[in-house]
Design a protein around this ligand. Structure first.
Ligand code: 13P
Length: 250
């Protein structure tokens, strides 16, 4: 059975003390969330060690990116070993904001995913089409290509440590959520693309999250879809009450 997960992507928000307070509040309220729902917070790099030290085992720590090299002369970069040493269990990779603003390519994501898995980090790989691609009817093709370009370089065994997040770019931070039907049809497509390469069982066991203006008022309907296994939450993850309410929407 695949795991249901609600992950908060804090993006470039909060100072370290604010992040520590937010993490503490999430942990306190997490007691109300059913045990079968995994909780993750993805903080800025600067927060990982301090937030990691206040997280209870119930909430796992994630980074939002990692370097595409192991160590050395790469000023400003953060390696997977550094992430591991903070208590990090996961890293988000391929978020559309990184693809769009920092030139992250599928080729780089293959490298980063390799390094993360080798270091024992789980990967939350984001895919999703932008508005222009959706309006041109290319959303299935774009998501399929992103999945193939990155994940087809890995094995069924690797897939045990990979979560996919479908985040339509036009729904991120816009208040415009994909309808549950729009999200479900892409999730089902992603699962089929995974099944074609790794077999039906691996596809069945892979957690696929939805992200993009997910909030307490729409999480229930999204999570009720058969191929939506939770959410990757941006804005609403910055409020412990909203984040936990979303996690309780199953
Ligand atoms: P919002 O929930 O703010 O739309 O952001 C979604 C997201 O990008 C999570 O990674």
């Amino acid at each position: 059975m695949r795991k249901k997960i609600v992950a908060g992507n804090w993006k470039m928000n909060t100072t370290v003390p604010e992040g520590v307070e937010l993490a503490k509040a999430v942990c306190e309220k997490a007691a109300a969330v059913p045990e079968n729902i995994g909780l993750i917070v993805a903080t800025p790099f600067t927060h990982l060690a301090s937030v990691g030290s206040v997280l209870t085992g119930r909430v796992e720590l994630s980074a939002q990116n990692c370097a595409d090299h192991t160590s050395g002369a790469y000023t400003g970069e953060i390696s997977v070993a550094m992430l591991k040493s903070t208590g990090c269990k996961w890293t988000i990779l391929g978020h559309s904001e990184r693809r769009q603003y920092y030139g992250e390519t599928d080729e780089k994501l293959v490298e980063k995913t390799k390094l993360a898995l080798e270091a024992g980090l789980g990967v939350i790989l984001c895919v999703g089409e932008n508005l222009e691609e959706r309006e041109a009817g290319k959303h299935f093709d774009v998501c399929t290509a992103q999945i193939k370009n990155v994940l087809y370089n890995f094995t069924a065994e690797d897939m045990k440590n990979i979560i996919v997040a479908y985040e339509p770019v036009w729904a991120i931070g816009t208040g415009k959520t994909a309808t549950s039907a729009q999200a479900e049809e892409i999730h089902a497509c992603i699962r089929k693309v995974l099944a074609d390469k790794f077999g039906a069982q691996v596809a069945e066991d892979t957690t696929i999250l939805y992200g993009g203006s997910c909030k307490p008022s729409n999480a229930k309907e999204l999570f009720a879809q058969p191929d939506i296994d939770g959410g990757l939450i941006g804005g609403a993850a910055l409020k412990a009450d909203d984040f936990i309410q979303i996690a309780m929407s199953y």
